[in-house]
Design a protein around this ligand. Sequence first.
Ligand code: SF4
Ligand code: SF4
Length: 359
Amino acid sequence: MSISRRDFLKIAAATSAAFVLSQYKADIIKVFAQKGDYVHICWLNGAACTGCSVSLAQAADPDLLEVLMSITTYTSGLPIALPDWMYVVHPASGTLAVEYINDWIAHEGPGPKILVVEGAMQMPGFCETGGRDFRDWVKDAAAAADYIVAFGSCSSYGGIPHAKGNPTGAMGVQDFLKEVGMADKAAGVVNLPRCPGHPDSLILTLASLLQGVVPELDEYNRPKAFYGRNIHEEQCPFRAFYDRGIFADYGDSEHGCRFKIGCKGPATWADCPTRKWNDHTSFCIEVGAPCIGCSEPAWPDGDFAPFFVELPQVPTLLGYPAETWGTAFAGAAALGVAVHLARRATRKKSGEEKEEGGE
Ligand code: SF4
Ligand code: SF4
């Protein structure tokens, strides 16, 4: 099977439909299996909590173990470890471990080389591994890579380490590569933000890249297949409560929109309501929490802070507080247009804040 751009979109969109997925699952595994031991992935960890590595272990579509078992050494039929290098799971340590990373950087041969980065970049001296600054590892690995994937919010845009104050100068891989004069490499980085990164988005993106297909990206280099739809406007199952002005308090997981407890869904683009987490079990809003907007470049600052305070722009729209909208505007087309405009303004502002350093 080969994955075209169109296939990728179809597969990415189908993952919430179990009956369609079971067919695609096998196809995705086939993509990895066909590449055999020509899959070369180096996974480097910067400033992070390792939650994205743990999240990957929860991959369900397909299951991570199924993917790993499908990749065999050339003639032996024995499974090999994927990636070539990954701090969290690799048994090697010390100089042997460093050799593995250097081998990957120097490796030339069939099959694409994919660099996955988890965690933020920092100023020199804050993150070292194998006796070198992490920045130097990423520079060398990025120069050698055919594709670069930033998995999770920290490697995408700086994430939590980049939060206001930012004492270590944390930033995402794309900004870092621009800063060190590798703008061409920066332009191709595929960002898969969320805190942690969603395993489906990584497995499907890797399968696509192995076929030589770069997913269609949005203005923040996120694949549109996972980040193309606004949570509040296009997906949230609690939207009817919002429209009727019924708002939940803390701890109420069944009833009411979470806007008043800080839901940032109106400013967030991610497929959590449809894809869900932990083998499609649930997602933040469904379990009673607000969406804190972890997929967005300005997060955790800008409009996304504080987490449990309502978005500033939307409720002041037209001068009416959110709880009166249900009675004042229910069914009014004007409200839909106005909220849409506010959403666009919020998105634009978030992007601008990111460009200014997110502070
Ligand atoms: S504010 Fe949040 S909980 Fe309410 S409808 Fe929008 S996305 Fe859903
Ligand atoms: S629902 Fe919102 S906070 Fe939760 S994972 Fe998705 S984007 Fe992040």
